[in-house]
Design a protein around this ligand. Structure first.
Ligand SMILES: [Zn+2]
Length: 149
């Protein structure tokens, strides 16, 4: 079997989250060789936990799997620009590269709002690549919120 694209995995998780009635955001943590180590979708409703965002769940799982809180050789793929909390967690876990889909002008904390990685207090700045499959990621979110109205 060929390697799956980590962004495909993140999208699968986002769609699965939508099917559970969660905001459709999905994330995948990938190791140095491109293997997906952990994957998660939002679980704030299911876990009754407002902080159960896809990124935080995937980072925690990857740390458990690798047995270290420092994911210095790992990349995080996520379908939406991380919020301030998740961006801070990405820094704490020392993720090498962050790749995200849609930009989030309201809730984003990387390219918008608090711009966590640009703060002097930020101890670790990952490489950031935003706007990957942006149209698809934004469409998923729009469809979800349209259906809920
Ligand atoms: Zn978040």
């Amino acid at each position: 079997m060929g390697k799956v694209s980590p962004m495909d995995v993140a999208f699968e998780e986002a769609r699965a989250a939508a099917a559970r009635g969660e905001v459709p955001v999905g994330a995948a943590v990938v190791g140095r060789d491109g293997t997906v180590i952990a994957r998660a979708g939002n679980r704030t409703e299911q876990d009754v936990d407002a902080s159960a965002h896809a990124e935080v769940l995937a980072l925690r799982e990857a740390g458990r799997v690798l047995g270290t809180p420092r994911l210095t050789e790992c990349d995080l793929f996520v379908t939406l620009e991380p919020c301030a909390m998740c961006a801070a967690a990405i820094g704490l876990f020392r993720i090498r590269r962050l790749v995200f889909g849609a930009y989030d002008s309201k809730g984003g904390g990387v390219e918008h709002g608090p711009r966590i990685f640009a703060q002097p207090s930020c101890q670790h700045r990952p490489d950031v690549i935003g706007g990957v499959r942006e149209t698809e990621a934004a469409a998923l979110l729009r469809a979800f919120f349209r259906a809920r109205r």
